[in-house]
Design a protein around this ligand. Sequence first.
Ligand code: CP3
Length: 381
Amino acid sequence: MIHAPLRNDTFLRALLREPTEYTPVWLMRQAGRYLPEYRATRARAGSFLALAQNPELACEVTIQPLDRYALDAAILFSDILTVPDAMGLGLYFADGEGPRFARPLRDEASILALGAPDPNRELRYVMDAVRTIRGALAGRVPLIGFSGSPWTLAVYMIEGGGTDDFREVKTMLYRRPDLMLHLLNVLTEAVADYLNAQIEAGAQAVMIFDTWGGVLTSSQYLKYSLGPMQRVVERLHRERDEPVGAGVGLDAGGGPSGMQRVRVPSIVFTKGGGQWLEPLSACGADAVGLDWTTELSDARARIGSRCALQGNLDPMALMGEDAQIRAEVARVFESFGVPQVGTGHVFNLGHGISQHTRPEAVSALVDAVHAYGRKMRAPGA
Ligand code: CP3
């Protein structure tokens, strides 16, 4: 499929630590329940899963936040739990509860029976959504693909849903570390194949969400969370073909076909992972996402410019009034330091946006980011 040239590549350039005119911004869970138009489309679809499995409707909700706010990237509307669902665990959402699996992994036999799904078969609806969204974006902003980390997927697959104490998954980790490593190996393959299929379908950057790495001890984190994540990053396709002007190219100009190789940057995000910033930033990804508990200034002092940084406004800062939101945005910028050419900052929240956020609060945030980012780069600023 031939895609239109990219009109706004600020996000991709920031991830690659190339010069940008201003600091790009997008928000984790930017398409979601805080938007009335999302709730309307979800009602039309009938359920969250029906919405995620319908490429046209998934495309519609992906674009909704871009029509309201001057965001610099779109993120595929889907969920990290589609992969375990494709592996046969039976994902469902009980009303008022979070996600659940009908068949959680509780014994050796069910773990040994698992295999990595073929993303172009069992997860074809996701690849169709990626292609549909790329067509609808028509070069407006880049599209981010994503997956859960192997460890985070394992948590949901063994617990069967959300958990407060991680008892089931940690029981397996302590009693059967061999089985846990086997499961993580299968998931490493599944996640790498899934992200590469998204890249082939048109994703222009990819992000790995390691929501639960932060609940491990330090040595467990390195072995069970970061290790598999690093092996996923090593297997990622780093380039794809796009028409000239459609991305951040590897070489100037295009071939006779008008196509060029462009880079596909990757982002890794471990929630609660501030203490492992050094090894995380060395895993091979282009950017590291930070939650709000790690200061950007501290992160920069510790890892220098090895990676771009993404984050890290506390999502609950959006509960403030507009003037307070602007002050918090300024605080994040001041922590990062005056933006300089090629220093690589992507503004984001430190975790997903709350469904209780006022839609106007997001306008205040996005406008403040763009105004601040441009002011700091203005000549003589
Ligand atoms: O960022 C985006 O806009 C893209 C869409 C996206 C969703 N989930 C849509 C969604 C992304 C990137 C995710 C990732 C995801 N899903 C993570 C990792 C990020 C994180 O938050 O740490 C996790 C752990 C999940 C699993 C999951 N899915 C949970 C725990 C829930 C229920 C909690 C909740 O917020 O309702 C979901 C459901 C879900 N995924 C919703 C959305 C918009 C809400 C479903 C609804 O409409 O009712």
